[in-house]
Design a protein around this ligand. Sequence first.
Ligand code: GDP
Ligand code: MG
Length: 178
Amino acid sequence: EESYDEECDYLFKAVLIGDSAVGKSNLLSRFSRDEFRLDSKPTIGVDFAYRSVRVADKTIKAQIWDTAGQERFRAITSSYYRGALGALLIYDITRRTTFENIKKWLSELRGFSNPDTVVIVLVGNKSDLRQSREVEEEEGQSLAESEGLYFLETSALENQNVEEAFLSMIGRIHEVLT
Ligand code: GDP
Ligand code: MG
C-alpha cells in the first residue's frame, strides 16, 4: 500500500565539517537531492537537509547540517555541533592542507559533541581528480585507523561512494541508538 507518511522511528542530527571548498555542500546536495554544482556558492548554503533511509525495518530521518561558509573564518560555533550524533569529516584529496587540518576539526568536534558516542566518518573527497592528488588513499586510511574513524574516498562530481559515506554513518548511529 502506497501512503504518504512523514513519521519516522528515529530522527537525529549529523554535521558536515572540514575546510572551505572541500565539497561539503556538494556532497550534501548529492545525497539529499542528487544534484551537483560546478560553481561554489559558499554563502548561499542551506542550514540543513533531510533524508530518510530504511535501516533494519526502521525509518531513520537524518537531519544533516551544512555550514554557510563560517569554516573559512574557523568560526563554527558550539550550536552547530550541539546534539550531533554523527559527522562527516571531509578533506580534499587534491589539497594537502585540508588533510593536515583534519586533526583540528576532529578535536573541535570531539570537544563539542559526546566524544564517546559520536560516529565519525573521514571522507577524502574529489577522488575523480586523479592527476591532482596530493593525499594518498593509504594516508587517509591510516589516519582513520589511528583515530578510530570510518574512512572512504568519495566524488560528489561522479557520485562515487557518496551514498556509502552517509549510509555508513547513519547505519552506525542506528547501532549506537539501539
Ligand atoms: P564546501 O565549501 O566544502 O561546501 O565545498 P563546495 O561543495 O562548495 O565545493 C567547492 C568546489 O569544489 C566547487 O567548485 C565544487 O563544484 C567542487 N567540488 C565539490 N565536490 C567535488 C568533487 O567530488 N569533484 C570535483 N572535481 N569537484 C568537486
Ligand atoms: Mg559549502
